[in-house]
Ligand binder design. Sequence first.
Ligand code: NAD
Length: 259
Amino acid sequence: MRLEGQVAVITGAGSGIGREIARRFAREGARVAIADLKGEAAEEAAGEIEAAGGSAIALTMDVTDEAGVQAGIERVVQHWGRLDTAIANAGIQIVHPIEDFPYEEFKRVVDIHLGGSFLVTKASIPHMYRQKSGSMIYMGSVHSHEPSPLKSAYVAAKHGILGLSRVMAREGGPHGVRANTICPGFVKTPLVEKQIPEQARSLGIPEEEVVSRIMLGRTVDGEFTTVEDVAEVAIFLAGFGSRALTGQSITVSHGWYMA
Ligand code: NAD
């Protein structure tokens, strides 16, 4: 059990990558708070962990609502008395060419990814600073390093997350708090399933070509990254035994991006 005794909060954990991280964290001995905009999905994910013998609570949380994020993190600390790891994972995707990108939609993407990561950090670190230990983990993307057409908002937000994570590493260091970013390649979750027909329409190409050329064309083996792959990196970062590993981004993408 690599995370025995830890308390973790994971945003966007009602689905996809966050949900698998929550499941795997619980299996490694962590108590997990599952935060999601969709309260029912969070309840379901927490219920699944409890049914398997783990310890979980569900939080209905919009990561763009500062008061709601503060209240959610407060609840976790009241419930379990501490907070060891916070994973800012909630996210959405909206694709358009820049000239057609509605500004409201651009702001929404940036607000959820970057604003949400900031608010989860702001609410979590006072507890970690008090403990003199903790780990902030951000869900970046290969798009924290590489651009793709149609994804101006997402790529800008994911690049911004790297900056936030690095500042957090600097500010948190003297308090014993680490900060790192995970950068996955394409993972087949609802977020990606939705993009396949959208990109096919925007680029005027068949859906199979979106998968084989746009999504996986630059990997070393044409394979999707899996939710399990990403969860394994999260466990490694959360369970790392010293303060040496901080300010980093770890890419898990079948070699799409090589740092
Ligand atoms: P997903 O759609 O399966 O899950 C995202 C979750 O975030 C959903 O449960 C959704 O309800 C929640 N959410 C959305 N807006 C929210 C808000 N305002 N407040 C709280 N929760 C909110 O997507 P996923 O693929 O699991 O993505 C998770 C993270 O991983 C995202 O940050 C995404 O950018 C990142 N990521 C995904 C991939 C991929 O290929 N799937 C690759 C790299 C990075």
